[in-house]
Each structure stands twice: as C-alpha cells, then as structure tokens.
Design a protein around this ligand. Structure first.
Ligand code: 5GP
Length: 188
C-alpha cells in the first residue's frame, strides 16, 4: 500500500492496520456468537468511533443496526475532564434493545462511565462496551470493556479514527506523533 503523506509526522506506529483488521475480525466473530438470534444495536461515539464502527459492523454476521451519539467533554487539549455534554443524542429508542457501545479509546474511563450510566437509565435489555484501544495506566474509574482490541502505553495516539486537532483520523495505523507536531497546528 502507498505510504501515507502524513507519515513524516509519525514518530512510531504502535499498531499496524493489518493487526487492527485481524483483531477486529476476531472481535466481530465473538460478537456474532454472543448475540446469535438477536438484532444488536451498535452505538458509536462520534467522531472517533466512525472508523472502527465501519470495520466492526462488516465483521458481525447478524442483522444489526447502528446509531451515533456525539458527546463532548469539557476541557481542552489532550486530557479529559470527565464532565460530559451530549451534543447529539441517539435517533433510536434503546428500551429493550441489546446495545453495544463502540468506542475508539478508553483513557481515564470517565466518558464511557458517564455514557454507560446515561444509557442504562433508558432500560436496554443489555449493555456492553467494545473499545479498540485502552490505556490502563490512565484509568480513573473502573470500566468493564467486554470486547477490547489493544492496550497501549500512556501516550497520545492518533490514527484509525483518533485525531490530533481534528487531523490524522484517516491514518490506517495507530501511531504516536513526533513531539514537534504538537502545538504546530491551527490551535484549539
Ligand atoms: P476518557 O474519558 O476515557 O479519558 O477519554 C475518552 C476520550 O478522550 C476518547 O474517546 C478520545 O476522544 C479522547 N482520548 C483519550 N486518549 C486519547 C488519545 O491517546 N488520542 C486521542 N486522539 N484521543 C484520546
């Protein structure tokens, strides 16, 4: 495959696109087994989960539906404040549904913990979490991720849906940027 023009900004590829695809195939097979006979509703968290959602749903061999939520954590830059605001709510009523939250990354766990609580209040039949990446060393609240892709060290990662300052989401690998890239963007 042609090398991405963004690669000069990358210090290190932590997880290659081939590894990601292989892991998503396995997770899709597990989900297919676990939800056999059901019609799960996959809920993606915008915008980072768009890429994993697209690949994961095509590896689930069941009738399934998707929906998206957009949430924003107050706070800026590369750290989460844990205070979450819903910018776009679900289109679907999840009462009685088998819901699977699809996330790109779990860092402190605060975002997912809030989301999980707020979705449980709507009385789904079941609620599980799938996350492609976790940074266990950063965890501030306990969160049960049933379907997990990879663990990464405490580094800010981009690619495969994850951004820095809005960019790099379309990198096929999960990468760490060179230090000089931070602060060189448009700001914000
Ligand atoms: P948490 O609430 O678990 O601390 O963080 C959740 C959100 O923070 C993620 O959904 C993601 O948007 C952002 N985040 C946390 N760590 C990283 C990272 O290493 N890279 C990027 N691009 N976003 C991150």
């Amino acid at each position: 495959m042609k090398m991405s023009s963004m690669m000069p900004d990358v210090r290190e590829v932590l997880i290659s696109s081939e590894e990601i695809q292989a892991r998503i195939r396995q997770i899709g097979e597990r989900i297919t087994e676990d939800y056999r006979g059901e019609r799960p509703l996959l809920i993606g968290v915008l915008r980072g989960a768009v890429v994993v959602m697209g690949d994961l749903m095509r590896n689930i061999d069941l009738p399934c539906e998707i929906d998206f939520m957009d949430i924003s954590s107050y706070g800026s830059g590369t750290s989460s404040s844990g205070v979450v605001r819903i910018l776009k709510d679900l289109e679907e009523d999840i009462t009685g549904r088998h819901v699977l939250i699809v996330e790109d990354i779990v860092d402190t766990g605060l975002t997912l913990s809030y989301l999980r609580r707020s979705l449980l209040a709507r009385n789904p039949a079941s609620l599980e979490i799938c996350a492609l990446v976790t940074k266990p060393s950063r965890r501030r609240v306990e969160i049960d991720v049933k379907y997990l892709g990879f663990e990464v060290p405490d580094e800010f990662v981009v690619g495969y849906g994850l951004d820095y300052d809005g960019a790099y989401r379309n990198l096929p690998d999960i990468c760490v940027l060179k230090p000089e890239v931070f602060g060189a963007g448009s700001g914000g």
